[in-house]
Design a protein around this ligand. Structure first.
Ligand code: CA
Length: 666
């Protein structure tokens, strides 16, 4: 009865606050609904028997924000259904004596709302209809490390030598950061301060709200993107979107609103090309990753900091989102900065140590800062240069070009834990020498997480939008695995690694390539021990995959480039998948290396001008760990003696490259 009284009090307060028209409109429905919910609740089965939505909270305990929750509706939920869910939540909470407040509504990347409520109400919220999951709000942090010596540098220092292929003048950058000292001489006339502002209160009692503190991170980052003398792409416009407070701290919900703000702005006035720079991290957040994916789907190129915690970047958001270009930090010797995050979720590295850029201390001040924020700002600038010469590039195409132009294998990856050394890309971003479009086949490797350790555990890797999977291989650090298969999920190929009995987990490695009008498919051998050919002579064999069905070695498949259809043969007890691509003007060749006897490491490389599409191995009785690409080299490692292994590289290129090379010789 007490609860009922509270409910009526609540209704009364509503009545006083709401304007009459709105009240009249909402009243009938609310009243009926609330009454029916009240009745329903009393007659419903015991809590715990209904299906409940997932509840997610930040993997970093200290960053959690209990009491504030993002309620995400199932896909396809109509606005009116969400409104009803909201009202139902208010009513149920009121019935249990809790007042709750809806702070914000989302309708961009997902439909949902941000609600302030006691965690005691959560068990009611997860049982509401149409709710997909509920994520507790959490903090996001700027990823710059202020350098010990905040020093002012002469502007002449950076001037004079810098000559990029273009200045990115056609490109706009949205920077989600602190506020910016837009009157700085580096930034004057290059920054548009938007009216967006969504930041939490600063922590602590003695807060330094001096403008110079509040603007330091954003001013430095913007200076790297388009500063007059310190910028990478000096012709771009930076749109400043404030999501970080004076302490460089924000919230996941604030970042979500900012992405929604950008989306709304662009719907009203579409603009491409567009780069969205997120120089901060939160703990892993499903909602933030979803919103970033949506921004990419709408044509934005999203670049984010990998994070400064010397940890796996996959533990953070938006760094962990595959469709975000995630950037780690290196120093002037192309070596990883000690605190940079690493691992398969990093796409590439960029300068992020002792970077001189605009300081918010005064309109002519400069300072040196370090961190993955600075590194991400460099990549945003390079992306702007690439987009300026080719405005229609998709985010994935920008990434592939960033990788093409990067400095490869300069980093010493021993700074990272052993299990992350193979999966971390050894690439440092660089400006292209020219942005004229070549006809190169662009490929990269996408590593899956490591599978679980039970014998039937699997892990999957998929390519990005617009990429085709040219081959699929697998790797396990201790060699025990059952190989790999290719299956189709949601209209897209997936490379799946199979752990084996006693295995410590296996990675799947998808080789993802961009080629105009390429159509790739995987054909499976019908029985174990037989060969599988490409469907027609129009198809190029771009890779072979092998799966042990009866516990034998996983690596027993040999690629065959014959006169007729190319094929993959399988050894006894194994099944093969042939990756075959119909790709106009492409030519492919098979290279193999079979050194006599046992070798721990066998490599075979594509010749200059050719791109590695497929990398596989054939065991001659040794325990092979698998095959993976390092640049255009196929790498095979084995252990335990035996007769060793053979390595196979399938290398492809534009068919015209050859003719041109020949005519150059004449
Ligand atoms: Ca990525």
């Amino acid at each position: 009865m007490g609860q009922l009284v509270k409910f009526f009090n609540f209704a009364f307060i509503l009545c006083l606050v709401l304007p009459f028209t709105a009240w009249a409109e909402d009243y009938a429905e609310d009243d009926g609904l609330i009454l029916s919910v009240t009745l329903q609740d009393d007659t419903q089965p015991e809590p715990g028997t209904e299906p409940t939505a997932d509840f997610l909270r930040c993997n970093k305990d200290a960053w959690r924000m209990p009491g504030q929750y993002i309620v995400v509706m199932r896909e396809g939920t109509h606005e009116s259904q969400m409104e009803r869910t909201k009202r139902r939540l208010l009513a149920r909470a009121a019935k249990h004596g809790h007042l709750i407040e809806v702070l914000q509504t989302f309708s961009g990347a997902f439909r949902g709302f941000l609600v302030k409520m006691s965690s005691d109400v959560l068990h009611l919220a997860v049982r509401l209809p149409h709710v997909d999951y509920i994520e507790e709000d959490s903090s996001i942090f700027a990823q710059g490390i202020p350098w010990n010596l905040d020093r002012i540098v002469q502007t002449e220092h950076a001037a004079g030598k810098y000559s990029p292929p273009n200045n990115g003048g056609q490109v706009e950058v949205y920077l989600l950061d602190t506020s910016i000292l837009s009157s700085h001489r580096e930034l004057e006339g290059r920054v548009q301060v938007t009216d967006f502002n969504n930041v939490p209160e600063e922590d602590g009692v003695r807060i330094n709200r001096q403008a110079s503190t509040c603007e330091s991170h954003g001013t430095h980052t913007a200076g790297i993107v388009n500063g007059r003398d310190s910028g990478v792409a000096r012709g771009t416009i930076v749109n400043s979107v404030r999501v970080l407070n004076c302490q460089g701290k924000g919230t996941v919900s604030g970042a979500l609103s900012a992405l929604e703000y950008i989306r709304t702005t662009l719907l009203a006035q579409p603009y491409r090309p567009l780069v969205v720079l997120l120089p901060f991290v939160s703990g892993f957040s499903r909602t933030l990753n979803t919103a970033c994916r949506e921004t990419v789907r709408n044509g934005g190129v999203v670049v984010a900091a990998a994070g400064n915690d010397h940890e796996d970047a996959c533990l953070y958001s938006p760094a962990s989102e595959p469709q975000v270009i995630t950037v780690g930090a290196t120093n002037f010797e192309d070596q990883p900065v000690s605190r940079t995050n690493y691992g398969r979720c990093v796409d590439l590295f960029a300068p992020g140590d002792d970077i001189i850029s605009a300081s918010s201390d005064c309109p002519t001040c400069f300072t040196a800062n370090s961190g993955t924020s600075q590194a991400a700002a460099h990549v945003a600038g390079i992306a702007a240069v690439l987009l300026n010469s080719n405005p229609n590039l998709t985010s994935t195409e920008v990434l592939q070009r960033l990788l093409l132009h990067s400095v490869k294998h300069a980093m010493d990856l021993s700074a990272f834990p052993e299990e992350h050394r193979l999966t971390t890309p050894n690439m440092v971003a660089a400006l292209p020498t020219s942005t004229s479009e070549g006809e190169e086949l662009l490929c990269r490797s996408v590593w899956s997480e490591k599978s679980g350790t039970s014998s039937s555990d699997t892990a999957g890797a998929r390519c990005g939008p617009g990429e085709e999977m040219f081959s699929c291989s697998s790797f396990s650090p201790n060699g025990v695995r059952a190989g790999e298969t290719i299956s189709e999920r949601e209209g897209q190929q997936e490379c799946i690694a199979h752990n084996g009995p006693g295995g410590q987990g296996a990675h799947a490695i998808a080789r993802c390539c961009i080629w105009a009008r390429a159509e790739c498919q995987a054909s499976a051998s019908e029985q174990q021990g037989t060969a599988v050919a490409c469907p027609s002579p129009d198809h190029h064999l771009t890779g072979c995959s092998s799966h042990s069905v009866s516990g034998g070695t996983a690596d027993s498949t040999r690629p065959l480039h014959g006169d007729r259809n190319a094929a993959c043969s399988s050894g006894e007890g194994a099944k093969s998948h042939a990756s075959c691509c119909r790709a106009p003007s492409l030519q492919c060749q098979l290279k193999e290396h079979a050194p006599p006897g046992f070798n721990e490491l066998v490599e075979v490389s594509c010749e200059a001008g050719w791109t590695l599409t497929g990398c596989s191995t054939l065991s001659r009785g040794s325990l092979t760990h698998g095959a993976y690409a390092r640049g255009n080299t196929c790498v095979v490692t084995s252990s335990g003696g035996g007769e060793g292994a053979e390595a196979f590289a399938i290398c492809c290129r534009h068919a015209r490259s050859q003719k041109r090379a020949e005519s150059n010789h004449k």
